[in-house]
Write a protein that binds this ligand. Structure first.
Ligand code: ZN
Length: 191
């Protein structure tokens, strides 16, 4: 069994993210990317049954997917997508992991002042999708409007910065690839 800790911030009674050091809950983790780095590293080193391992990875994936609602730019994109998908607000839906991935990729692109087409091309390369999945979740006009709002005086970065690309690739690994499940990884190769 893995030892569980509570967040080390005084008066915070929330369980800490697994393997966070010092122990921190999601709210008090300033850098989820760093945490996930450590998570992957420790997870590969500890003794665990494969089902326990899959379970922990599922939990971690949900933490990262939850960024869609916590990261303000991603949350705004989510709001636009949800209103397009359901203009009258009558439905309740769960966004698929590929959707979370696209919205988070777009948020990274907007924050990093990357062009819509740059992010779209990377998503396409990663997902090898015949279907233009990025476009389904993120409208280009909305993306450019938000990017311009955040970077009113800077021309967009042509292509993607290494930093943005690294973040998008990592999210892809976490949300879409599913590292412990090699069957799924091979599944999409045949076209
Ligand atoms: Zn906390």
């Amino acid at each position: 069994m893995i030892e569980r800790h509570y967040c080390a911030i005084p008066n915070c009674k929330v369980p800490a993210l697994l393997f966070s050091e010092p122990p921190r809950c999601i709210t008090h983790t300033s850098n989820l990317e760093d945490w996930y780095d450590r998570f992957e590293e420790v997870l590969s080193a500890v003794e665990m049954s494969s089902s326990e391992r899959e379970w922990e990875q599922l939990v971690a994936r949900n933490v990262i997917a939850g960024e869609v609602f916590r990261e303000p730019v991603a949350a705004e994109l989510y709001g636009h997508w949800a209103r397009r998908a359901d203009p009258h607000g009558t439905k309740r839906f769960r966004i698929a992991e590929i959707g979370s991935f696209c919205l988070l990729a777009a948020a990274s692109g907007i924050l990093g002042n990357a062009t819509y087409d740059g992010v779209k091309a990377l998503v396409r390369r990663l997902c090898e999708a015949d279907e233009p999945v990025f476009k389904r979740f993120v409208a280009s006009e909305r993306y450019e409007e938000m990017r311009h709002r955040l970077h009113p005086h800077a021309p967009p970065v042509v292509g993607l910065s290494d930093e943005v690309e690294a973040v998008v690739r990592r999210r892809y690994r976490i949300l879409v690839l599913r590292p412990t499940s090699p069957k799924r990884r091979r599944r999409d190769r045949s076209r």
